[in-house]
Design a protein around this ligand. Sequence first.
Ligand code: NAP
Length: 278
Amino acid sequence: MPRVLILGGTTEARALATALTAQPPAPPSTAASTPPLATSTSSPPPTTPAPPSPAAPTPPITVITSLAGRTSAPLQPPGEVRVGGFGGVAGLIAYLRTSGIDVLVDATHPFAAGISANAAAAAAASGVPLIVLRRPGWTEGPEDEWHRVSDLSGAAALLPRLGRRVFLTTGRQGIAAFADVDAWFLARSVEPPAPPMPARLEVLLDRGPFTLDGERRVLDFHRIDVLVTKDSGGDGAKLTAARERGIPVVMVDRPPLPPGVRTAASVEEVRRYVTMRW
Ligand code: NAP
């Protein structure tokens, strides 16, 4: 049975695990299509046309999703799940070998640069084929006011002159970068953040996907005047709500991918890449 390791922690990784674990429909039963035995010997039994041969099904795939273990109650993908770091590149190489992995899929968040670098290095060293699933980033429209920065400290440096009531959607681990900024913050994260944090901070514990109406309510209720986000891609309801209100957006650019890796922009593209190998 082919074995696929998905480095996960994203909606796409769960969707891919679902797509790969979905079994192809069983071929029609031969008993049901066998014609009834003829009861008369005076005429030959009726012949029935042979059923069309079904396309060769892909063999069932063993799918293992790996989670970093950052959240206490992660959404569980179908298939097997393992939790926790591998122990750097050497640990990941050892895991690929001992677990007999045939294909490695990096479906981690576009800002999880450490594990993506490790995946590229481990794949190159072990010879296990790697494909990186990255949803496309967002694109600024004519009615948007975006300020692109290369990292969180760049976002923090820009803030005081763009607004005083900040909606911070960069995740719990990014909050420390704003600890010394003189502004009021609403920070949204799945798990509560830990210090260092801004002095004036309200935390909104929530997990996406988020609706446009919900995002409008958050911006209005908290009188937000600037939004800070990573260029994660996805539905972007918060960006639409910000555009409607003329709220400026500080957009943190993605870190670069490791050089030379094969990439795909959709779950379907990765599913095809994986299943065409068998
Ligand atoms: P990171 O900085 O790239 O990775 C740090 C270390 O965490 C890695 O070296 C690895 O430890 C371990 N790790 C990360 N992802 C792993 C995975 N899927 N399976 C096993 N070990 C993993 O990662 P991060 O930015 O902290 O993100 C952690 C996880 O949260 C990622 O899986 C990512 O998909 C998800 N996530 C991240 C963000 C974000 O903004 N960064 C947002 C949403 C979700 P070892 O070296 O010991 O193997």
